[in-house]
Write a protein that binds this ligand. Structure first.
Ligand code: ASP
Length: 436
């Protein structure tokens, strides 16, 4: 049995609904479908959820929301009419508008309606039952999902084959609607997959899986066919975000693989994410190349420091006092460097330096800015000698200066610090030398 989640681009218009129907019909195991609100049809288009937030803002500041509301209603009625569905939505929209204007609805309830109407239409189109998320997704008062209660509530509601569920929201213990953070329909899908112990959680979007590198830097990068959760975490840490970050937990816990698929290219197998894979022949030892720009490195030297106890702790306490996250630490004899996202330290840089000076009296304290960090990620790197050599040879030949190197003991990644200006060329070079 498969649980499917279709993102906003897959629900954007009637043509996309038709593709969704074909995908669902192609496999009798595809019985539970979770949907987002309609997303953009073209680059300058609006996402329904954004328009709903806008409606809420109008109401909050006492401005008439009718024009925005009309766009939302027209999108849904347009899809319905183009698909020839007999679903009465006018009365619900009228009631929604009345309640909105009477300020009877919370922001979460207002923005949840995008998923609600989207699921209603798709259920009618597929001939599946509509199951509201309020009937089973249960939050606790602290805002986290009550997984046990959620799974039990859904298992009670089983009306297989064939249900469509709106993503993105559930209810608080007092019955109020609460949404996840943006992009949260991924989580609803993962919860449904976990509740039903699905064989696979198919996450349908508008790309054919997770790419080995950023397509804005590399032309037509390869898709990663298989990736572990741990590698995915490494790649998304650097910003290659494909799934909402809280998606993984419910499915990973139950050993359910996630398959990222493309609604616009359903034949493509996409990317399979699970805890472990057999080492496959011909598989690249490298899974992906990614990176982030704009780091600040604070580095310090102090004679005898390597034999002292507590120096690093004192420095880290200063960062902690200023709520500055340290992403990488590298050290040498009597020296240590801390790499920090520049935006997290910019405001307090001089205060932090001052405190470090007071705390540990270094011989030298320096700041290097505009540093980029590149992550080369791959679970198979550990078993392959010569990887670092190949990286350094490629960069050395191209005259790229490496400012920082770290490799965890799990050997799942090698992290390099370089100048921001070498960011794109480094990724291109590594991709060319390892993948092509
Ligand atoms: N529609 C919501 C959003 O735009 C949730 C989702 O699509 O996952 O954030």
């Amino acid at each position: 049995m498969k649980v499917l989640k279709f993102g906003g681009s897959s629900m954007a218009d009637a043509a996309q609904y038709r593709k969704v129907k074909e995908i669902v019909a192609a496999d009798p195991g595809r019985q539970v479908v979770v949907v987002s609100a309609p997303g953009k049809r073209f680059p300058d288009d609006h996402k329904i959820t954004d328009l709903l937030y806008l409606c809420n803002a109008h109401i909050k500041y006492g401005v008439d929301c009718t024009p925005v509301f009309q766009i939302i209603q027209d999108r849904f009625l347009g899809i319905r009419d183009e698909l020839g569905l007999e679903v009465e939505l006018e009365a619900e929209f009228a009631q929604f508008k009345t309640d909105l204007e009477a300020k009877k609805l919370s922001e979460d309830e207002i923005v949840s309606r995008g998923e609600y109407f989207s699921a209603k239409l798709l259920a009618a189109y597929l001939g599946f039952a509509f199951l509201d998320a309020t009937k089973w997704v249960r939050f606790k008062f602290d805002g986290n999902v009550n997984q046990q209660a959620t799974y039990e509530a859904l298992q009670d509601k089983i009306q297989l084959p064939g249900i469509v569920i709106p993503g993105f929201y559930g209810t608080m213990p007092d019955g109020r609607i609460k949404t996840f953070s943006r992009g949260g329909s991924d989580i609803t899908g993962a919860l449904a997959a976990a509740a039903f112990s699905a064989d696979v959680y198919e996450n349908w979007t508008d790309v054919s899986g997770i790419l080995m590198a950023d397509p804005r830097i590399i032309d037509d990068p390869r898709t990663i066919p298989f990736i572990t959760y741990a590698e995915l975490r490494q790649l998304s840490f650097f910003g290659a975000q494909v799934l909402h970050e809280h998606t993984i937990f419910p499915v990973r816990e139950k050993g359910i693989p996630i398959n990222i698929r493309n609604t616009n290219n359903p034949q493509h197998p996409g990317t399979m994410i699970q805890d472990d894979f057999d080492l496959r022949e011909n598989q690249l030892f490298l899974t992906g190349i990614t990176g982030k720009q704009d780091f600040t490195i604070v580095s310090l030297e102090k004679n005898g420091m390597s034999n002292e106890v507590g120096t690093c702790r004192k420095i880290l306490s200063v960062f902690e006092d200023y709520n500055v996250p340290v992403e990488y630490i590298t050290n040498g004899i009597d020296s240590v460097s801390f790499a920090i996202p520049s935006e997290a330290i910019a405001k307090n840089l001089y205060a932090v330096m001052n405190e470090i000076r007071k705390a540990v009296s270094p011989d030298a304290l320096n700041v290097h800015e505009r540093i980029a960090v590149i992550g080369i990620v791959g679970r198979n790197m550990a078993s392959r000698p010569g990887t670092s050599g190949q990286i350094f040879a490629a960069l050395g030949k191209a005259g790229i200066n490496i400012r920082m190197i770290t490799q965890g003991p799990d050997e799942m990644n090698i992290i390099l610090g370089i100048d921001n200006r070498d960011f794109k060329s480094t990724i291109s070079l590594l991709y060319a030398s390892f993948v092509n």
